[in-house]
Structures are given as C-alpha cells and as structure tokens.
Design a binder for this molecule. Structure first.
Ligand code: GLU
Length: 477
C-alpha cells in the first residue's frame, strides 16, 4: 500500500489562526495514528499578502503546539521545495500540458469584459458562469489580441453535464453539478498560478494521499478533482472539517478575543491546553476523559468519527482547561513559564527557593499564566498598595489592636518556617481570645494590602520577619 501522506498548507498572510491549528492537529493525528507523514507547505503565491514574519509565526506556533512536521521548508524532504513561491517554474509546465491535451485554453478577456458578463448574469438573475468566449479562438485571433498587448490567462475547461461525486471522510458523499462551475482560471495573466491549480500540482507532486481541511474549501474540491483527472493523477481522499464559530455563532474573529495561536500564548494560555482544547472541537474521546496529551489523543483518533457540524469556540471552556493544566503542571516547569509575566518586578528580591514557594502558594486560582502578574504584586517592593476593603480592616479598632500586638510580639518570634509562624499566631489567638479569622484579616490587609490571597502564613514565610514587621508598623496609627 502507498504511504499515507497528509499536509497542512497555510498561507502566510497572517499569524497562525487557531482554526488552521486545529486543521494541522487533525492532519497530524491522522498521520500519527496511521504511521503516515505530515508535510508542511507554505502557500505564499500571493506575494503581496504573504510575508516572512507570518511564515516564521506559523513555524513557531506549530512547533509550540508540538505539531512537528516530517517534511517542510525548513527541514526539507524528497518532494521540495515546500514553499510555493519557490515552485513558480513548475506550474506553467503543467498548464501547458493541459492546454496541449485540450483541457485548458488561453483566455484574453479583460477585467471589464468579465465584469460586463457578470453584470449581465446579475440582470438575468442567473448564476454567473464564464461564457467560454475564448475557448475556440483561432491562431490569428490570438495573434491579434497579443498584438494589442493583451496577456492571456489560462482557463480550465469544465466538461458540461457531469456529476462530480466524492466520498468525504467527514461529510460523506458530496455531489456537484459541473454545469454550475464554469471554466475557471488556473494561471493568471501575470504568470502566477491560482490557488486551485497550485494546490493540485503540489499535492500531486508531493504524493499527498489525504487532504483534510476546512469546509470552506468544499466548493473548490470539484474543480480540483477535475484537474487531477485531466492530468491522469490519483485523486486524493478528502475530508472537510466543520468550521469553528464564536459563542454567538458568527465567524470567530478578533472581536471575540484572541484568534491567532501566538495571541493566545501572549495572553497566558499554555500550548498544551490549547492543543487539547482544539482537539475537542469536533473530536470526542471514547472514554469521556477530555484532558489528554496529543499522544493520547492520537491513539484514540478516528477521522470518520469527527463531527461534521460546526464547533463552538467556548472561551470559558478553554479557560477552565488552561486552569486545569496550570494546576497539574510540575512546579519548576510552571515557575519557569511564569517568569515572562513577572518582568515588571525585581525578581532578585527573592531567592530561587522563595520564588518557588511563591509560585507554589499562588498557583491555585490561576486561569491564565498572566494572572500571576497581579496575584503576586505584594511580594515585591517595600510596601503593598492597599485597597479600600483592606483599609477598613486595618483601621478598625480590632484591626489596630491586632496589628499593634503583633508588631510588638514579632521580635520574639523566630519565623523559621511556616509551621513556626502558625504556632506563634495560635499562641497569640489563645492568649488574647481573638478569632484566627479576625487576626488574619488585619495581618493580610497590612502585609498584602488585600483581603484575599494565598495562604497568609506562607506569604509571611516568604517575605520574612523584617518586611512583615515594617509593613505592619507602616499602617499603625
Ligand atoms: N492555502 C490554503 C488555505 O490556507 C490551503 C487550503 C487547502 O488546504 O487546500 O486555506
């Protein structure tokens, strides 16, 4: 049996979109499950919209998600080059073969002529299909048009009266009437290929066996099948994935939140959570356990079971999943991942072990990595910012009593570790007959400037006796 080969073919006209990441993931999983090859091809034929920065973003984002490719522009392979802009010499050759075999022809129509045809169809309330006006031009007629300075495009001739049928791995049998397609351009008059042509030539030459992509490409598929057939090539098996919609059922866009993988990462999402989340947009685990690594998902992945309908991108669910990943991540790994979000603080104020302890006691409520920025503010600087609720606790009579007492006793407390701090406070509650809760409210308010936060004894252990005392003295009346 021939090798199973799939590909992802993004156009670098933007940062890697989360929807493209899902398409990449499903291709990757399908290849992994079937011992196939996963190819990355950069479709940068639209030179005006493509740029190197976006290409780099695509590489970086796919790598960050763990979707490594077997062949591609950077790693090479037997079927390169893997950037369409480096393949420009290939396409005219195949266009010529199609012309020679009578499957395609040169079209000299100007934009104005084509617009007029479209306008006519609109007036007649009929679907527009090209008139085929240039299909049977004689050699002299062509010469004349060329002499006028016209540069031809190349059109593929769509046979009439045909039903084009394919069995989609996700959507089942799909049928198209060729009469509605119309002869379409495969090479533009500037000598560059159109998407529908370049994609077929590349997939054919790269021996791609299965094409898994978004359903927005379904209407392109019959055109592509006709080109494969005209070239006498094997038609690959197609699978079209439902779209990803925003919670309001509209197309996912910037106004709903992040859309590019790199934007999610900047906002503090873990790539492990992101890749797990996008897998759940269309795929369901057979054992009902949703939190899974890519390897585990690959074991359980069956392309035919992918949902054929659209999926809703629930940001709330992604947030939940991200929080779960943060909770179960190894402390040291998490501590490293959090560093970029703490650049506004002087991390040298803490030793390595204090830093680890700080992460340990503040990680629990984090949903995004970036939530750490605010969560640990009071660990840095001499004094914390005090919010209005905390101020009330500080200024109450009982608050002032507690703070004064503790400021006097603290010199005799050794603050060696968390348990010792807790013990000293316990002795104090008992002695004074003050509730632990009341005591800690006042202490928390003075030391952190807040009424909520991580374990208070843990915070004091990290800050140390001197800083705690200084902060308490600072708010005594
Ligand atoms: N460059 C196309 C896109 O980004 C690829 C479509 C395909 O997979 O055929 O939509």
């Amino acid at each position: 049996m021939n090798e199973l080969r799939v590909r992802i073919a993004p156009s670098p006209s933007g940062n890697l979109h989360i929807g493209t990441a899902r398409t990449a993931l499903f291709n990757f999983l399908f290849a992994k499950k079937n011992n196939g090859k996963f190819v990355l091809r950069i479709e940068d034929t639209d030179l005006e919209r493509s740029n190197e920065e976006f290409t780099q973003n695509i590489f970086d984002s796919l790598k960050a998600l763990g979707l490594n490719w077997d062949e591609g522009p950077d790693v090479g392979g037997n079927f390169g080059p893997y950037k369409q802009s480096e393949r420009f010499a290939i396409y005219p050759k195949y266009a010529q073969i199609l012309i020679d075999k009578g499957f395609a022809y040169e079209c000299f129509c100007t934009q104005e002529e084509l617009d007029a045809e479209k306008e006519q169809a609109k007036n007649n309330k009929t679907a527009y299909v090209y008139s085929e006006k240039c299909r049977n031009l004689s050699a002299e007629e062509k010469q004349k048009l060329i002499a006028q300075g016209r540069k031809p495009s190349v059109r593929f001739h769509v046979p009439k009266g045909r039903e084009i049928v394919f069995n989609d791995m996700v959507k089942g049998d799909l049928k198209f009437n060729s009469d509605l397609i119309g002869d379409f351009v495969i090479m533009k008059s500037n000598g560059t290929p159109t998407y529908n042509f370049a994609v077929v030539i590349d997939d054919m030459l790269m021996k791609i066996s299965h094409i898994i992509r978004g359903e927005d490409h379904i209407s392109n598929t019959p055109k592509q099948i006709l080109i494969y057939e005209a070239l006498g090539a094997n038609v690959p098996t197609f699978g079209h994935l439902g779209m990803i919609l925003a919670p309001d059922r509209s197309k996912l866009s910037k106004r709903h939140g992040a859309t590019a993988v790199s934007e999610f990462v900047e906002k503090g999402y873990l790539t492990e959570a992101l890749v797990n989340f996008v897998a759940l947009l269309g795929w369901s685990p057979s054992d009902g356990v949703e939190i899974k690594t890519v390897d585990e998902i690959a074991q359980d992945f069956r392309i035919h079971e992918i949902s054929s309908s659209n999926s809703i991108f629930e940001y709330d669910k992604l947030n939940w999943l991200n929080g779960q990943y943060i909770k179960k991540m190894e402390l040291k790994v998490l501590a490293d991942k959090l560093r970029p979000y703490l650049s506004k603080y002087n991390l040298n104020e803490l030793s390595d072990s204090q830093y680890l302890k700080m992460v340990e006691i503040t990680r629990e409520p984090l949903v995004l990595l970036s939530d750490i920025t605010d969560a640990v503010e009071y660990f840095f600087g001499d004094y914390p910012l005090i919010d209005s609720d905390a101020l009330e606790h500080i200024n109450s009579d009982i608050g002032q009593t507690v703070l004064k007492d503790v400021s006097e006793k603290i010199d005799n407390w050794d603050f060696l570790n968390l348990h010792q701090i807790l013990e000293d406070f316990r002795t104090y509650y008992k002695e004074k007959g003050i509730k632990p809760k009341i005591t800690m409210w006042a202490i928390r308010a003075a030391v952190t400037g807040r009424t909520k936060g991580a374990d208070m004894c843990g915070i004091m252990e990290i800050l140390g006796k001197e800083k705690v005392k200084k902060r308490i003295l600072n708010v005594l009346k």
